[in-house]
Design a protein around this ligand. Structure first.
Ligand SMILES: [Zn+2]
Length: 550
């Protein structure tokens, strides 16, 4: 079939010189993720787009004298991976300073990384990370860190290690700098009870308390200096490309970081496509009026396929923003009325919505409101999306389908599976219900909600979806899906969830040349190796943005 298409192209377009691709990748296993999930051998690229996909002979014959050739030597190629919900720009403000544990499944290795960072830093300098891991991911020794242990690693440097939004481990110097002392009341801004202490009132070096509790510490940690922000953002994007990620749905595109991305775009060097989810959430009834006005004047889709703003989100009315580790929610009618007023404005303005919705009662309550809104302002073609949805059930998915809604699924269990099993017991095995989502036929995609709530590595997410195992290997999910469906959810379905289905998500003629060459074959390796897959080359718009050899 592809061969036919190529022949038509060769005959119908002239002259041959302008037809020749700039680049041909051949001798590969091109996992196109097109509608038939077809596999090809070669791909031709001209400018920033894919012009042909097919067999080696069909594609190589398109080469002109100036066509660059890359021999894939049998390697597998997939479309550039898309994360439908990641707080990417915010991460730039700390990335260069953070000591990240994403994908680190050995405690010994984590300790070595801490030692190396201590050695490379000056006394008094903070060593920290803000989420993206949990100690249960360490296969060799899954224990929490103690202040004594962290003091031994770096006695004269403050250390703060934040596990997702669950808790933060501190050493003595960090506690001292934060004002956490024995026999002294907690500093006023700490959430009551969040500073854990033993029976003699000695602080244990743990601040626990979901997003609100852990943020008190995170907000006090030093950000990268303004003159280092661009370098930090560049390191962040490089790490994303190294992981195989090329496009991002980004809640709250930070105003301090976005200009850097815009500058790179103008220079032709931007290697991350950023689709912003924007809009300030109201926090009380007074703010609802303001929010409704803002929504009426909000203009989306003013950008392009590198930077755009595409959704209102991710919060509509902040009192109904589910915390991460709450077991249950109880949305009140007066709160829901405010939520509905804002959501009604969004529907009336014809805007897409991408809203944080996690706990079962919250999802039901939001769907009640949306069904009411839908009678007045149909939302069918607006791409309204519920995000995270770890607690969603089959009945709710059916209601969403009837409304023409979609799901951005961000499995927090990838790092928090063990914690979630403590809280939800057997129910955690269905969080999120990936098989139910897949079998329902609803359009849904995979993302992480990184880089604090979750780790960001897509092959760790794909591994979780296929094996049900969290980072480190503990089985935490029974609702697994096929590796094909998982890949579709991380590419083509996510392209739809960032309004780029005509440009991204599969390797097909006419689409943008975003693709990833892998060190092993995603389709045939044992499923326990999916997490170990490493990109060897990542391309965005026909440009090589990561090359493992360099
Ligand atoms: Zn969220």
């Amino acid at each position: 079939m592809w061969r036919c298409w190529i022949v038509v192209l060769a005959v119908s377009l002239a002259p041959a010189q302008t037809l020749a691709p700039d680049l041909i990748l051949s001798n590969g296993k091109i996992i196109t993720v097109d509608d038939r999930f077809s596999v090809a051998q070669a791909v031709a690229i001209r400018g920033d787009r894919i012009v042909a996909v097919g067999s080696n002979p069909a594609i190589t014959q398109l080469a002109g004298p100036n066509t660059r050739r890359i021999d894939l030597r049998g390697r597998a190629v997939i479309p550039g991976l898309i994360d439908n919900h990641i707080h990417l720009l915010r991460a730039a403000t700390t990335w260069k300073r953070e000591l990240r544990f994403d994908g680190v499944v050995s405690r010994k290795q984590a300790v070595e990384m801490l030692r190396a960072r201590a050695k490379a830093s000056a006394p008094g300098e903070w060593i920290y990370n803000i989420g993206g891991w949990s100690h249960q991911q360490f296969t060799d020794d899954p224990r929490p860190f103690t202040p004594e242990e962290l003091d031994a690693i770096a006695p004269d440097r403050p250390i703060a290690l934040q596990e997702s939004y669950y808790q933060v481990f501190l050493n003595s110097q960090a506690m001292h700098l934060l004002g956490i002392e024995a026999k002294t009341p907690d500093p006023a801004d700490f959430i009551k009870g969040s500073v854990l202490r033993d029976s003699s009132d000695k602080p244990l070096g743990i601040v626990r308390g979901d997003i609100a509790g852990t943020r008190v510490v995170a907000n006090k940690l030093p950000r990268v200096a303004p003159d280092q922000l661009e370098a930090s953002a560049a390191e962040l994007v490089k790490d994303m490309n190294r992981a195989g990620l090329t496009s991002f749905g980004v809640p709250g595109c930070d105003a301090s970081v976005l200009p850097i991305f815009q500058k790179w775009k103008a220079q032709g060097s931007l290697s991350a496509r950023v689709f912003c989810i924007d809009g300030a959430a109201a926090g009380n009834p007074d703010q609802v009026d303001q929010a409704s006005q803002q929504i009426a004047g909000m203009k989306l889709f003013q950008g392009d396929n590198y930077i755009d703003t595409i959704f209102f989100g991710e919060s509509v009315y902040s009192p109904l923003h589910d915390p991460m580790f709450a077991l249950k929610s109880d949305p009140k009618p007066d709160q829901l009325e405010q939520w509905r007023r804002i959501a009604m404005s969004i529907a009336k303005a014809g805007l897409p919505l991408h809203v944080h919705a996690e706990l079962r009662n919250t999802i039901d309550a939001f769907l009640d409101q949306i069904e009411t809104i839908n009678k007045e302002h149909p939302i069918k073609n607006l791409r309204w999306v519920l995000a995270h949805v770890n607690q969603i059930n089959a009945a709710q998915i059916e209601r969403m389908k009837a409304l023409g809604m979609y799901a951005a699924v961000n499995p927090w269990a990838v790092i928090n599976g063990a914690i979630m099993h403590e809280g939800f017991e057997d129910g955690a095995y269905d969080m999120p219900p990936l098989a139910t989502l897949q079998n329902s036929g609803i359009v849904w995609g995979l993302g992480t909600d990184g880089t604090a709530a979750n780790q960001y590595l897509p092959f760790t997410t794909l591994s979780f979806a296929v094996t049900g195992k969290m980072a480190g290997g503990a089985k935490v999910l029974r609702q697994t899906i096929s590796r094909e469906d998982a890949l579709i959810a991380h590419t083509r379905k996510n392209a739809f969830l960032v309004f780029q289905e005509n440009n991204l998500g599969s390797i097909q003629p006419g689409k943008l040349a975003d693709l990833v060459v892998l060190d092993r074959d995603y389709l045939t390796i044992p499923e326990d190796q999916i997490k170990d897959i490493k990109p060897v080359m990542t391309m965005v718009g026909g440009r090589i943005v990561f090359d493992a050899k360099k």
